[in-house]
Each structure stands twice: as C-alpha cells, then as structure tokens.
Design a protein around this ligand. Structure first.
Ligand code: CO
Length: 203
C-alpha cells in the first residue's frame, strides 16, 4: 500500500460524485474552458480558490503565490493575466488576500528567511506606503490590516498591468476585485468596490 493511495481513491470517488450530477461533465470540459474568473490568491493550503467560492473545474483560472502578489515584472503573473484576459476573456479578476497570511506576517518581522526575503520585500514596500496607518496598530490587528492593504495594492497592480490596460482601451469589460478571506470563519469579504475602467486607476 502506497502512502498516497488514498489520494487516488479520493480522486476516483470525486470523479464518481461529479459524474453522478452530470455524466458528460469531463467530456464537456475536455472540449474547452470558458471561465469567467481569474483568481489571484495566496499559495496557503487553507485558501483553495474553487472550494471556497463553491465553483467547479472549468469555472476559475487560478494563479497563486506567496501572499497573492502581482509584482510588476513578474512574467509568470503577467502571462497568466494576459492569457486570462485576451484568450479566456474572463470578466472578473479577483485578488484575494487572507487573514493570518504567513507571508504578510514575515514581511512585518525583521527576521531573515533567505530567498523569500526578496519576494516579501514587495509587501514591505506596501507596509511602508501605509506606515502612518499601520504604526497606529499592533500585533494581529496590524497583520490583518496589512493583509487587507496588500490585497488592495495587488489589485491596483492588476489594473496597471499592460494586458488589463489594453483590454480596457479596447472596450473589453473587466472588473478587478480586492477581497479578503477569513481562514477562521471561511468567509470572503469585499475590500473596495470593483475597479471597472482605467479612469478609476492611478495614472
Ligand atoms: Co498567505
């Protein structure tokens, strides 16, 4: 018995449960994907995009990294955004941060974590940008607020990215959302109204 055998069994059970509702589900998915949503979230194992939105395979295009970052020169994230916008024609791009984010917590500390430091540096920049507000807070409250501010900032970066700017210029309808997910209660909350045009974005 292989220690991963239970995963293969889970997989077969899952296939059966999906087919019980829709016998052609996988056959249809094999033909094309037409997701309406691009999800940019944290790699944290407690924040599974499809499950927490109650969506099925085929419903959401997903990009995850430590602390749901959209770094301007990250060609991985930019390629995902371009593919989602230009080829999949998603209608919504969701940047979802989450409370208790280890990446955000590390960014608030002075400890060294190796190569991760270079990635977290970008969150430290967000913290610096909002230092006046964050300096008024401490501990968990400060971490939580930075989780929120970071999601808002990364959504801003999505709006500033060439694929989204080009899409808006073409008249393609895309809404960019900043959300926060509570690991402790499983709930998603909106952090700001959706951004739907270049006029709403800092030049
Ligand atoms: Co996280």
């Amino acid at each position: 018995m292989n220690e991963l055998d239970h995963i293969f069994q889970n997989n077969l059970d899952w296939v059966d449960s999906i087919r019980a509702n829709d016998g052609d589900f996988f056959k249809k998915l094999a033909e094309q994907q037409t997701p309406d949503y691009l999800w940019i979230g944290c790699s944290d194992s407690r924040v599974p995009a499809n499950q927490l939105m109650g969506l099925l395979p085929g419903d959401v295009f997903v990009h995850r990294n430590i602390a749901n970052m959209v770094v301007h020169a990250d060609f991985n994230a930019l390629a995902v955004i371009q593919f989602a916008v230009e080829y999949l024609k998603v209608k919504h791009i969701i940047v979802c941060g989450h409370y208790l984010c280890g990446g955000v917590k590390c960014a608030l500390s002075q400890d060294r974590f190796g190569v991760i430091d270079s990635w977290l540096r970008h969150i430290k920049d967000v913290a610096y940008l909002h230092r006046d507000e964050l300096d008024q807070l401490e501990g968990r409250e400060k971490e939580n607020r930075l989780c929120e501010l970071n999601a808002i900032q990364q959504a801003q970066h999505v709006c500033e990215s060439p694929p989204v700017r080009d899409a808006w210029e073409r008249g393609q309808e895309i809404s960019v959302h900043a959300w926060i997910y509570g690991i402790a209660d499983g709930k998603i909350n909106k952090l700001q109204p959706p951004i739907m045009s270049a006029d709403q974005v800092r030049k």
